[in-house]
Every structure is written in C-alpha cells, then in structure tokens.
Design a protein around this ligand. Sequence first.
Ligand code: TYM
Length: 327
Amino acid sequence: VDRIFSGIQPTGTPHLGNYLGAIQNWVNLQEEYSSVLYSIMDMHSLTMPKEPALLRQNILDTTAAILACGIDPKKCFLFRQSLVPEHAELAWILGCITNVPRLLRLPQWKMKRASQSNGGTVGLLTYPVLQAADILLYKSTHVPVGEDQVLHLELAQDIAQHFNKKYGEFFPVPKAILSTTKKIKSLRDPTVKMSKSDTQKLATVNIVDSPDEIVLKFRKAVTDFTSEVTYDPANRPGVSNLVSIHSAVSGLSIEEVLHQSVGLDTAHYKMVVAESVIQKFAPIRNEIKKLQEDKSHLIQVLEAGAEKAKELATPIYQEIRRLVGFQ
Ligand code: TYM
C-alpha cells in the first residue's frame, strides 16, 4: 500500500520555499492518498541548537502555520516527532549499517558544520540517518519534499536497500515527490535556495510577512539588466524565480503568467508578483494568528496525531527488532 510521509523542521513559520516546495503538495496529497503522515521534526531541530523556550514556541508556530495552510488532521496524522521515540531507536539501528564517508560527502553537512565552532556535532552528521528512520519507521512509499532534500532521500533509499539485503526484504524503497516549484531561490541571490537561515533579511519571504515587508522584499529582489519578463532559469535566474513564484501562488501556468506580463518591465513586474503573494497569504496569515491563540488545541492536535502514528509504528518496529535479533 502507498503511504506518504514528510516533515518540516520547526523554525517558526514557514517561508515561501517551504510552502511552494512542500506544504502545498502536502495539502493535495492528503486528498489523494489514504495513509498520510506529516511530522514536526523537533529532534532534527536540535542539530542547530536553540533556546528550549524558543524551540517550544517554534513547534507551536509551525503547527499553526501547517494547519492554516490547509493540512487537515482528519485526513492525515500530524504529529511531533519526539513524541514517537521509535524514530530515534530505529535511527540507531540504521546508523549501524551506514558508512561515515557516505555522510561526510553530503553538502548540508559540509555547509552547516562550517557554522559550528566545534567542528560539527555527531547529531549534525547523522541527521540524514534520523531522516531515513522517520520515513522507514512507517514503511513509507512516497516522500513529498523540495529539491534540497533529494540527496537525503537517496540516502534513505540506499539504507532501505542495504537493510533489505542484510535482513531480508522488508522496507519499500521510498520515492521522492517533487513539486513543479521544487527550488525557490533567495531573492537576494538567485543562485542559492531560499532558506530560513539566510542572514540577509531581504532574501527570504515568510508566509506571515506583512504586505509592506513583502513589497519591500520583492522590490529589492535581484534580477538583471534586461527589463523584459522572460522565463529562462539558466540565463536569467532572478526574473525566472519571480515567474515561478508568481505562477505557483496564482495557480496560472508559466505561459499564462508570461502572457499577462507582456509589456511590463521587471520593476513593475516585481510589484505584480508581490501583490499575488500578498493575496495568496492574507487569509493564511489571519488563520495562523487565530490558531496561535489556542495553544492547548495545537498541543492536543500534535499529541493525538502522535498516538495514531505510534499505532502504525509499533508493529513495524517490533518486526525490525525481531529481524535484527533484539527479540
Ligand atoms: P526543512 O524544514 O528545511 O524544509 C521543509 C520542506 O521545505 C522544502 N524547502 C524548499 N523547497 C523549495 N525551495 C526552497 N527554497 C525550499 N526550502 C525548503 C524542503 O525541501 C522540505 O521538503 N530534513 C528536512 C525535514 C525532514 C524530513 C524527514 C522530510 C526530517 N525528516 C523525513 C521528509 C521526510 C528539512 O530540514 O526540511
């Protein structure tokens, strides 16, 4: 049977890349599939340490945002990762069949370890093994993610195959599901992805940004010296990123968006895109604010989801224990 699994790190409210690369797809997939799990990855968040109070708050803010975007706990299991400790237990087992050099090659390790003064923690290095455990603990078959997670998914595939070879056919090899906007770029540097950790304030549009902030960020978006609006990601990454965003938030195709923009120069076009982003997220922003007022409801959603996730995970994890010889 098909089973969808995906997750997001609780870094507060999601940005445009999270939404267009993943969450929008999640909303569609909960309609199409009968077994769907989405998780707030609080254990992953510890790899870039924060104050406990901030993590606690970010978990609730991320949950409020996910719900406001249209994730419906009646159609999926929405839960907090650390409430199902089998994720960590399976990560240990999978870590014992994963080679260190394979992890050392992953670009996220190389990039993020540079920001840690201690040379990089064990958690940061083995983070993708925990990610493989998240997926495999439920024998998931499909994983909707943005392009930046594809290498991590390939690792999960390799680990599943390695386990199957060693202990007998058990895990399905999970497949990535990519959206058409699989990589939204930074508004300040269209050669890199939009990211929460970007130190340039104007690079990343958060879905709860005010209309003024959204206008400012798009007005300052880096494009090039051609004023015409075209879609040519290889040669014109800046303006093409704007076209992708515009198309994704408006629901129009790239061709339709371009057709509507004939005669506009990029300066005017930036304001058209900003307006479409403002329109798209105004109702979501209001809904997030409403949901944030009822913390106990958010906590209850995550706990109820975790109970259901645990029910799925328990028999699978029991079988894994037997396969490896713990039982
Ligand atoms: P995270 O929290 O960084 O991002 C959540 C989702 O948003 C996507 N995304 C983007 N998509 C397009 N353009 C961008 N600029 C952009 N930035 C982020 C990500 O690809 C992701 O789908 N390791 C994961 C969380 C995770 C997970 C899992 C995902 C932990 N375990 C198991 C799937 C399955 C992460 O840090 O995502």
